[in-house]
Design a protein around this ligand. Structure first.
Ligand code: PLP
Length: 380
């Protein structure tokens, strides 16, 4: 079965009571037993719920995993993954990961004794040099948020396997439609399903997808023990959203390519970061491991011509908002908003500047979006 068909059908056909075509929502906290030890596969919604199970089967099929755990947010999925480890263990990750992930690692887990190397993961020599006998996990975000740097999945996962460390890939930016980290040997994939998988900016959620039974067993145990599983209502919303993943991603990307070219040609834009531009320095790697470019882009605004606030005030179709991956276009400042928790030093190290603008390109008409950007980019 192809991805488009899986996203519509996998897991959804579970109602044997009334043959409902759409997966019902089971808004129950608990399930009765027919007798001790005999129930219909569910006992308590934190540990399992049929609506959530449908979503978990669906996303696992899209990524090519054995199963998944749908969680309350993307951050709770990430937190659960880190509970595979213990204080003293060492994690190698990028210096340009999502700000919330950086905050969890640096400000919450580091003081508890977890060790982190935040490095430029494009530099494979550096990645190898960071490995110690305590290295237990490689945390990979590719393309990175917000500068769209690409990490070589095959090469880094190879280094991780030699070190006998787990690899987790945050695949939020591309979704399984454009990137399949299990094809390169990752152990787990996480998503903020808040973003493209749900796609409509009306729910927060996350998922951990498991490549094999071993990580599945531990992961599902942890999600239940930590109590971070997703509610039946939110699971149902994400399942509804995921059915249109493929056509949405095609529409998002078609717009993003046009907008990236427009921005690149604009005199008040200093630089554009987008994997679909020939100016992206990692073209060969992009061809090797990505099936598309996605619809996230960033650019450096010439703020001596147009101030950040003026740009954000003038755009009509790009809401000034954090988050990404919904059908509507959004824009924001990583320095002042999504990545502010990295602090000025962390931001500078990762290459983010006060002039960096991040754009999540929606599925509106590309001409309208370009006209809107054009009027907002006019200098005074
Ligand atoms: N991973 C990435 C790449 C993100 O962009 C985000 C949120 O923006 C998260 C994880 C966290 O997800 P959530 O906001 O659903 O907790």
């Amino acid at each position: 079965m192809k991805l488009r068909t899986k996203s519509v059908h996998t897991g959804v056909n579970i109602d044997k009571t009334f043959n409902s075509v759409i997966t019902p929502i089971y808004p129950t906290s608990t399930f009765y037993f027919d007798e001790i030890g005999k129930n219909k596969g569910y006992d308590y919604t934190r540990s399992g719920n049929p609506t959530r199970a449908a979503l978990e089967a669906n996303i696992a099929a899209l990524e090519g995993g054995v199963n998944s755990s749908a969680t309350s947010t993307g951050m709770s999925a990430i937190t659960a993954c880190l509970f595979f480890l213990k204080p003293g263990d060492h994690i190698i990750t990028g210096d340009d990961i999502y700000g919330g992930t950086y905050r969890l690692f640096n400000a919450v887990l580091k003081p508890m004794g977890y060790k982190f190397s935040f490095i430029n993961m494009r530099d494979l020599k550096k990645v190898k040099a960071e490995v110690t006998k305590n290295t237990k996990m490689f945390w990979i975000e590719t393309p990175s948020n917000p500068l769209l740097n690409i990490v070589d999945l095959e090469a880094v996962i190879d280094i991780a396997k030699k070190a006998k460390a787990l690899t987790v890939v945050d695949n939020t930016f591309l979704s399984p439609y454009f990137q399949k980290p299990f094809e390169f040997g990752a152990d787990m994939i996480v998503h903020s399903t808040t973003k493209y998988l749900n796609g409509h900016s009306d729910v927060v959620g996350g998922v951990i997808v498991y490549a094999n039974k071993e990580v599945q067993e531990r992961g599902r145990y942890l999600v239940n023990a930590l109590g971070v599983s997703q509610s039946p209502y939110d699971s149902w919303l994400v399942l509804r959203g995921v059915k249109t993943l493929a056509p949405r991603m095609d529409a998002h990307q078609a717009n993003a390519i046009k907008i990236a070219h427009f921005l690149e040609s604009h005199k008040n834009v200093k630089k554009v970061y987008y994997p679909g531009l020939t100016s992206h320095p990692q073209g060969d790697l992009i061809k090797k491991q990505m099936k598309g470019f996605g619809a996230m882009l960033a650019f450096e605004l010439n703020t001596s011509k147009v101030s950040l606030n003026k740009f954000f005030k003038k755009v009509k179709y790009f809401a000034l908002a954090e988050s990404l991956g919904g059908v509507e276009s959004l824009t924001e400042s990583p320095w002042f908003m999504s990545h502010a928790s990295m602090g000025p030093e962390g931001l500078k190290a990762s290459g983010i500047t006060e002039e960096t603008v991040r754009v999540s390109v929606g599925i509106e008409d590309a001409d309208d979006l370009i006209d809107d950007l054009n009027q907002a980019l006019k200098g005074s």
